[in-house]
Ligand binder design. Structure first.
Ligand code: ADP
Length: 499
């Protein structure tokens, strides 16, 4: 009988590295977390030090094993879920990064994207990659490093440099420099990967002037990606058996593996993904088409994705800037204590509006104020706004892919808010399910590894019951009135800035 009974999932996020140890039933045994510094070399630029990131990941790995009193030999497999689109370029001989990791949030290549758009290239790029021409995707970040680090492009042409998203960097480090690979979900966020042929696209590599030899091998999200050869494991070399970008990991962790199943992660922003099965639906509504975690190399499945920039961050704004909340969790009871906002709407377009509006010039707007408007109305309007934004994205998905969602699976920090979950079910007119653990991202990566180990099947993973279901209970006339008000408010926020 094997003594390896745990899966160690690494959740490498934008602000922290985490390690979570799961048992065979995918219950959490222990977790550890460490934040790392965000580097802002110029306004709008965001970087991470790849070595610091790796060190923090190593620290939490050791920490979680110590906390769980788990000898390394009991780790059957590792799994990775990671911040997507962020890129690292390193030297294949020395392992040294040639520049900091350029983070998905970084806007330094916005002009480069604008120039490509002006050349009319967006539609053809989109047809191949499912993505918009935006600086937050990887290609123009890689291009920036090759253009700006002295000698980098020549070194890359000579085959001396490797590049990858954060999963590739971690895999390279975990394998002691033996493996240079990425999974389909991460590849599908780079603007370089053809999501239909499942290959790096030679035309796109030429367009961005990125040598093919720099790119990692693309492997399924579930299956052997590398052997881990870290000193902490001694002579035991557990395999890395699961890899997915954070949002696709969460989709899988939520068991949304059938077409029409959707999840929404309510974190700082919101990421809503709907599985569209084997059909790659190209959006006409400003949504992205992306690969879901692939459990078989020959049967790609796709998702539509809509991201909202500000969700839980609006609650932080109430707490830290307006100072009308002591803590985020209080907002639920305060909102539930009144029956409505009295016609007040908050449009949290603090950083413009994401999907499906894509209006960089929209700004935050509070409308419908009367002499009776007070703290509870504003707090409630803020929570309602999070739910309304998701309705806009779901409506856009419906226009692209006419399969009404039958259930929305929720996770992320703000999914703990009962008022928000009930209001979401009401305005979507669809049940919202909340799992027992909000750790869907790490769970998804661990589940991909569990599948490869034969500990679980797709059916058993999909059958995990939700902890709580919020059922819609709002009259349709009322819902229509509320949504009409929201749309009016969004129109007021739209294009507020002149440039
Ligand atoms: P991220 O992974 O994006 O950092 P998390 O999933 O950890 O985000 O969620 C944190 C966000 O959720 C914060 O913006 C916080 O304001 C919000 N949040 C946390 N708890 C609650 C709550 N009970 N009600 C509303 N918002 C909450």
């Amino acid at each position: 009988m094997t003594t390896a009974t745990t899966i160690l999932a690494l959740d490498q996020g934008t602000t922290s590295s985490r390690a979570i140890l799961f048992d065979r039933d995918l219950h959490i045994i222990a977790s550890a977390q460490q934040e790392f510094p965000q580097l802002y070399p110029q306004p709008g630029w965001v970087e991470h030090d790849p070595e610091v990131l790796w060190q923090s990941q190593c620290a939490v790995m050791s920490d979680v094993l110590a906390r769980a009193d788990c000898p390394p030999t009991r780790v059957a497999a590792l799994a990775i879920a990671n911040q997507r689109e962020t890129v690292v370029v390193w030297n294949r001989h020395t392992g040294q990064p040639v520049y900091n990791a350029i983070v998905w949030q970084c806007r330094r290549s916005a002009d480069a994207c604008g120039a490509l758009k002006a050349r009319g290239l967006e539609d053809s790029i989109r047809a191949k990659t499912g993505l918009l021409l935006d600086a937050y995707l990887s290609a123009t970040k890689l291009q920036w490093i090759l253009d700006h680090v002295p000698g980098a492009r020549d070194d890359a042409r000579r085959g001396d440099l490797l590049c990858g998203t954060i999963d590739s960097w971690l895999l390279w480090k975990l394998s002691g420099g033996a493996t240079h690979a990425t999974d389909y979900t991460n590849a599908s966020r780079t603007l370089l990967f053809n999501i239909h042929t499942l290959r790096w696209d030679p035309d796109l590599l030429a367009l961005f002037d990125i040598p093919a030899a720099m790119l990692p091998q693309v492997v399924p999200s579930s299956g052997l990606a590398a052997e881990c050869r870290l000193p902490v494991f001694g002579t035991h070399h557990p395999p890395v058996l699961g890899i997915a970008g954070d949002q696709q990991a969460a989709l899988f962790g939520q068991g949304a593996i059938e077409p029409g199943q959707a999840k929404n992660t309510y974190g700082t922003g919101c990421f809503l993904l709907m599985n569209t099965g084997p059909k790659a639906v190209l959006s006409h509504q400003g949504l992205l088409t992306t690969l879901t975690a692939q459990t078989r190399p020959d049967a790609p499945h796709y998702a539509l994705e809509g991201s909202m920039f500000i969700a839980g961050a609006a609650i932080q704004w109430l707490r830290d800037e307006l100072r009308i909340l002591d803590n985020a969790a209080d907002s639920s009871a305060i909102a539930a204590a009144i029956s409505n906002t009295g016609g007040v709407y908050l449009v949290p377009a603090f950083a413009g509006l994401g999907a499906p509006h894509w209006d960089m010039y929209a700004r935050g707007t509070l409308v419908g104020l009367t002499r009776g408007t007070g703290r509870p109305q504003i707090i409630r309007a803020t929570l309602e706004a999070i739910a309304y934004q998701c309705v806009d994205v779901v409506d856009a998905m419906l226009a692209d892919y006419p399969h009404p969602i039958t259930v929305l699976r929720a996770d992320g920090g703000a999914a703990a808010n009962d008022f928000l979950m009930q209001f979401q079910a009401d305005v979507l007119d669809c049940p919202v399910e909340r799992p027992a653990s909000m750790e869907s991202t790490a769970l998804g990566a661990a589940a991909l590894a569990a599948l490869a180990l034969g500990w679980h099947t797709l059916d058993s993973l999909a059958a995990r019951p939700p902890a709580r279901v919020f059922s819609p209970a709002m009259e349709s006339d009322h819902r229509r009135r509320l949504l009409a008000g929201w749309r009016k408010a969004v129109a007021r926020a739209a294009k507020w800035m002149d440039s």
